[in-house]
Design a protein around this ligand. Structure first.
Ligand code: 16G
Length: 251
């Protein structure tokens, strides 16, 4: 039985049920299915009347903790991971998510060795006859889709697609080809319908389109990635300092 404070005056009992349910949700009690047990089962578990339970559920729906799906039941709204991503640090997705306490995951969309498109050849600085490693992934933070990434790497840095595991940067580091600097370009765009399905958002949702060109210390380009980051979970944050030139002008 879930422990609710049993001897509450009637008026505050449903509030206590709200708190109990919120605590249970935060502790991951319904995390597997995200669906709340039926009214009868739950009122027995909480040892309250169905009327009180219904009132508590209504309150939690109003607060956005729960939502009803027509004909399917009442569900727990999963909290969206929120990421403040510094613009000045060169890190990979797996490392970023680990640092934030999320479990990084990927759903692979494409992997293999291919001839480059003219744009890819130009960006990577490879000849049209060279082969490139292509990896497209849906990136997940604790199971929540966060971004779609299309990455290409010249064959000289990744020659066997099977050698890349969960993290591209780990694979490059293992070969001493981890990039040391990158140029990143960011703009707002709208998702295509198929990408919206992958990211689990409404069609034509706004996203951040990001292009990253990453380089080795000797200036060679090791990675060209085009990604679509969900606008509702990511804030890209840059630190600004007064430039020396501006300071001089003020004197
Ligand atoms: C980040 C990078 C991406 C890089 C990936 C490597 C941005 C916008 N993009 O998602 O360019 O390929 O990390 O991640 O930050 P991994 O090491 O987990 O494969």
């Amino acid at each position: 039985m879930i422990m609710a404070e049993a001897e509450q005056p009637r008026l505050t009992l449903y509030r206590s049920i709200c708190e109990t349910l919120k605590r249970e949700i935060a502790d991951g009690r319904f995390a597997d299915t995200e669906i709340l047990p039926g009214e009868r089962e739950l009122s027995q578990l909480l040892d309250v009347s169905r009327t009180t339970l219904r009132r508590a559920i209504m309150q939690l729906v109003e607060e956005g903790v729960l939502y009803h799906r027509h004909g399917a039941g009442t569900f727990v709204r999963r909290a969206l991971p929120h990421v403040d991503q510094p613009m000045s640090r060169l890190t990979g997705f797996t490392e970023d998510m680990r640092l934030r306490g999320f479990v990084a995951g990927s759903r692979e969309l494409e992997r293999g060795m291919f001839p480059p498109s003219p744009e890819e050849a130009m960006m990577l600085g490879v000849g049209p006859n060279e082969t490139i490693f292509r990896l497209s992934r849906l990136r997940l933070a604790s199971e929540v889709p966060m971004a779609i990434e299309h990455t290409v790497v010249p064959q000289r840095y990744i020659s066997d697609p099977r050698t890349v595991g969960a993290s591209l940067y780990d694979a490059l580091e293992a070969r001493n080809f981890k990039p040391v600097r990158a140029l990143q370009r960011l703009r707002a765009t709208l998702l295509t319908d198929s990408d919206a399905v992958l990211l689990g958002v409404e069609p034509k949702s706004p996203v951040l389109y990001i292009q990253r060109l990453a380089y080795l210390a000797d200036g060679r380009c090791v990675e060209f990635t085009r990604s679509y980051y969900r606008a509702d979970t990511y804030d890209f944050v840059s630190k600004l300092t007064l430039s020396p030139v501006t300071r001089k002008h003020r004197n």
